[in-house]
Design a protein around this ligand. Sequence first.
Ligand SMILES: Cc1ncc(COP(=O)(O)O)c(C=O)c1O
Length: 375
Amino acid sequence: MKNPKNIPIMRPLLPEAQYILPYLEKIDKNRWYSNFGPLTVDFQQRLEKFFDMEPGTVLTVANGTAGLTSTLRAFDLPKGSFCLIPSWTFMATPASAIASGLVPYFIDISKDSWAIEPESVKEWIKKVPGMVSAMIVVSPFGAPIDTIKWDTFSTETGIKVLIDAAAGFDSFSTIPKAKPGKCPVMISMHATKVFGIGEGGIIISSDINLMQRVQELINFGFSGTREIQLPGTNAKMSEYAAAVGLAALDLWSHKKAVWTRLKLHYIESFRDCFGDSVSSPWLLSDEWVSSVCNVSFPKLMAKDIVAALKNQGIEAKQWWTRGCHNHPAYAKFPQLELPVTETLADTVVGLPFSIDMPRADIDYVIENLRNITII
Ligand SMILES: Cc1ncc(COP(=O)(O)O)c(C=O)c1O
């Protein structure tokens, strides 16, 4: 018999036309369509307040990947030097290192936080045969990262640190320890993210000089005159993307409340059904939200869970596949031992989560997971 359920892994919901329209009308009136126009400037200023940052510390970009690349380029590091990167990330992270002339060097993560921790990195760096000029710390699926620790690490070691918090729109604005500091933070506004606008990214850093260089690099290298000092690219946000962003900000507090209630339902259901037998930084806090629910059942293979759920009409996914180092494109890059990454690559499964997901669907997912885990 055909399964009646058909629960997708996600169904993004961006601001509807009625909320964007007033901003589109402003664009029609302004006749200014890109190049840091009035809507983009307004969006950036509202984001500065939102992240509790000073003027000039927030920049919007065309997408997160371009933002990562331009920020790494703004560090102005020796070509061919190593950039330490967790293999446990989306492939945009190492791609940005390569695009900025650095060589990705894959390192492992902590089994509790699913992120790189500064204490371990200090030890691991001793094993890297060559110059480490930078590293990208990745927030796993939006979990908060202690930014002060990384500012201290960067000052002590001289290594430039970029924080890839692609899914961290909420945690980096609400969790005090994750408030952006000097080390730049990138947040993606891709349609799949909790604060989605289609395509777009945000770069945040209290280092105003760095931010000015990033702004030049996303605008071909222009810095106020027609003479170019640094060869840049075009990664500016258009006024149309800013219009969606402004509408999304208007709606955010309502949407966050809805996401939070749904996340709580997942947290409580997992606690009731599985207790400590499931690991997931996402389930540890209802203070921040992101658009993906990832969990690891230590004794089960994620691919088997994905297949079993599919039979019941539930779409599940290994969002970060088997880690970047297992992709042919990245397998040739140097790496240290990656035991935690390998375990998470085998066991982490992404479950359905959408802002308008009925609670009954969450119950159905949990019920089926329980059947799978009992076997
Ligand atoms: C960890 C991580 N880094 C970078 C990106 C790239 O962001 P964007 O899609 O905005 O280019 C993503 C996108 O999902 C991501 O998950």
